[in-house]
Design a protein around this ligand. Structure first.
Ligand code: PHE
Length: 356
């Protein structure tokens, strides 16, 4: 044995001087020299683990080159067998070493690849969750409430299902008034209605709070009506001021102040005579608006609280007087934001709502 132990590179079959040994041995030695080094080089060329496995079978498998050479040892003489066996084992070790080296390299590359592919760039900006906001009607409501609170009004509320008495009778709306028609009003059971306006809270407030009082109410109201400018459910704000010797001048002062605070100081207003059963005299307040190209636009109804209404609330009209007003919040929001169809406000289309 001339091959140094552990050199790892057994090469030519120097253990037998050239020409010595049986023809089988010589043939085997020649074949080892011819086939093993190319096999090792081939492993290095495997492009992935699957291909490497194919090559391994070609060399080390049941019908592999090395296995076949091993089988041919049977034809050698007893003295040649261990020599050839040792040599073959050394080469086999060399082959396995080359195979494992390639396997390690391919596995490392696969790992590096998947690390690369699955890597997370922690420096990328995060995906910000979209934050919600208040509905345009709620925004408008809060804005209006804030202005009136600034003038000393307090916020009261009333039920959406009202008795006919609070919604109509107490407000001096006679039984044959068209507003009481089934066509205009949603009736529920036991003489109740879905309130058609926020005015019933005038009564409820006067009965709950001793005068002088200044209250506002905001909330939903309902009427059998539906088109681009009418919705079966919409929103109103009601205002009521009760004191001794209240006049139309107080009413105009408060409402002009409100309109300027809401639309800006240069907006023009006018009070136009009107009629409501629960106020006397009654008026409608118009504003001159760019939205209607400088034309006049009605924004609210108002008037001096009718003596019958005061009496119905238990107040003496000889001592107490007051003014009331009611406005459509949807309408105000539509004017302010240039919305042309009231139904957009309740359709919950995010493309619409996100604009506010
Ligand atoms: N309630 C009336 C309406 O719905 C508005 C209004 C309120 C008018 C208070 C005068 C006084 O149209």
């Amino acid at each position: 044995m001339t091959t140094p132990e552990g050199s790892g590179t057994p090469t030519s079959p120097t253990l037998t001087p050239a020409g010595e040994g049986s023809p089988e041995l010589l043939a085997l030695l020649a074949e080892i020299a011819a086939k093993v080094p190319p096999a090792c080089e081939r492993f290095a060329e495997a492009k992935d683990l699957a291909q490497l496995e194919e090559f391994r079978i070609e060399v080390l498998g049941k019908k592999g080159v090395l296995t076949e050479m091993n089988a041919r040892m049977g034809a050698l003489t007893p003295t040649e067998k261990p020599i050839a066996g040792k040599l073959l084992n050394n080469h086999k070790a060399q082959v396995i070493h080359a195979l494992n080296a390639r396997k390690d390299a391919l596995e490392a590359a696969a790992l590096a690849n998947s690390l690369q592919a699955e890597s997370v760039d922690v420096t990328l900006p995060g995906v910000r969750p979209r934050s919600g906001h208040l509905h345009p009607i709620t925004q408008t409501t809060l804005e209006i409430v804030k202005i009136f609170q600034g003038m000393g009004f307090r916020v009261e509320s009333g039920p959406e299902i009202e008795t006919e008495w609070f919604n109509f009778e107490a407000l001096n709306v006679p039984a044959d008034h068209p507003a009481r028609d089934m066509q205009d009003t949603f009736y529920t059971e036991r003489n109740c209605v879905l309130r058609t306006h926020t005015s019933p809270t005038q009564l409820r407030s006067m009965m709950r709070i001793a005068p002088p009082l200044a209250v506002i109410t905001t909330g939903r109201v309902f009427r059998c009506d539906s088109d681009a400018t009418h919705s079966p459910m919409f929103h109103q704000m009601e205002g009521l001021y009760i004191d001794r010797k209240v006049s139309m001048a107080h009413l105009k002062g408060v409402l002009n102040e409100f309109i300027r605070a809401y639309y800006g100081p240069n907006i023009k207003t006018r009070f136009r005579p009107s009629f409501f059963p629960f106020t006397e005299p009654s008026a409608e307040l118009d504003i001159q608006s760019d939205v209607v190209r400088g034309g006049w636009m009605e924004v609210l109804g108002c008037g001096m609280v009718h003596p019958t209404v005061l009496r119905n609330a238990g107040l003496d009209p000889a001592e107490w007087s007051g003014f009331a007003f009611g406005l459509g919040i949807d309408r105000l929001a539509m004017i302010k934001y240039g919305i042309n169809d009231i139904r957009l406000l309740t359709e919950n289309d995010m493309r619409f709502l996100r604009q506010f």
